[in-house]
Design a protein around this ligand. Structure first.
Ligand SMILES: NC(=O)c1ccc[n+]([C@@H]2O[C@H](COP(=O)([O-])OP(=O)(O)OC[C@H]3O[C@@H](n4cnc5c(N)ncnc54)[C@H](OP(=O)(O)O)[C@@H]3O)[C@@H](O)[C@H]2O)c1
Length: 265
């Protein structure tokens, strides 16, 4: 029988007041773990914390902070470790949509993308590794997107940042493996979350789209072999698997959870 229980495991998940991070936190709590969730807006975070706590008996704490800032990363990790006792599982998930033509991406845009999606994972992983190695059990899971393997037209800077995230995953996996600390990446294709609701509202305000939200989703789905977009829960199930004892021999890999969308395996 596959064992995906999280009893006595403590997880820190960034970007977890909404979407994929929220669904991952619900999975951990339902599986019997304790969880610290991170996001910037305290009110939205508290609402999420309360609703995740209703899903199980474990401890759920909310830590407000911006993971694109070095000081916040240090504080977030220290607060999570103090509240939960230790961090066994780190899910580097916070991120946002940042796609465009290469020539339109200024230094500031590049730097912000690196700070949010790459440096946050570097800083939090560096904080988490010593304890994980000492206890000889740890999991670091990086949410990336299919741009890490498949750099499409107009995908700067995110596809570059995500490719670096994939290399980071391998580097940490190599050094963690002798200590039973596993590190993997999970690659998003198109998962329906608030990120899309915001994207739709922005394009509509700019007059770029006139169709309904359902038609917008249907157009997205038409690019996916399974002909539908994914749910945050479907994506979070892979995170739970990798975090659990069921995933005990999987490290240093980048798994597409995208309904077959990415042409690169
Ligand atoms: N959904 C997709 O189709 C898709 C596609 C490609 C990549 N992804 C990636 O998948 C991950 C999860 O995306 P999602 O769709 O679940 O996003 P979402 O629904 O927009 O949720 C993003 C979460 O991250 C938090 N967050 C954003 N910036 C943060 C920061 N600087 N510091 C701390 N928390 C921050 C948000 O809360 P606050 O705003 O309050 O901070 C929220 O809790 C992201 O890395 C995203 O780039 C998703």
């Amino acid at each position: 029988m596959i064992d995906m229980r999280m009893d006595r495991r403590c997880a820190l998940i960034t970007g977890a007041s909404k979407g994929i991070g929220y669904a991952a936190a619900v999975n951990f709590i339902k599986a019997g773990g304790d969880v610290a969730i991170v996001a910037r807006r305290p009110d939205v975070l508290e609402e999420a914390r309360a609703s995740i706590a209703e899903e199980g008996k474990g401890k759920v704490i909310g830590i407000a902070g911006d993971v694109s800032k070095a000081d916040d990363c240090a504080r977030i990790f220290a607060e999570a470790e103090k509240a939960l006792g230790r961090i066994d599982i780190l899910v580097n998930n916070a991120g946002t949509h940042q796609n465009g033509p290469f020539e339109a991406a200024t230094d500031d845009i590049w730097q912000a993308d690196f700070d949010l999606k790459l440096f946050a994972a570097i800083r939090l992983s560096r904080a988490a590794l010593p304890g994980m190695k000492e206890r000889r059990w740890g999991r670091i899971i990086n949410t990336l997107n299919s741009g890490a393997k498949w750099q499409r037209f107009g995908s700067a800077p995110t596809s570059v940042t995500r490719a670096a995230g994939m290399a980071l995953t391998k580097v940490i996996a190599n050094e963690g493996a002798p200590h039973n600390v596993l590190c993997n990446a999970v690659l998003v294709g198109l998962i329906q979350t608030d990120q899309w609701v915001r994207g739709y509202a922005k394009e509509q305000a700019e007059g770029k789209i006139k169709r309904s939200f359902d038609d917008y989703l249907a157009e997205m789905a038409s690019r996916i072999p399974m002909n539908r977009v994914g749910t945050a829960e479907e994506f979070a199930n892979m995170i739970l698997f990798l975090a659990s004892d069921a995933g005990s021999y999987v490290t240093g890999t980048a798994i597409n959870v995208d309904g077959g969308m990415c042409p690169v395996v």
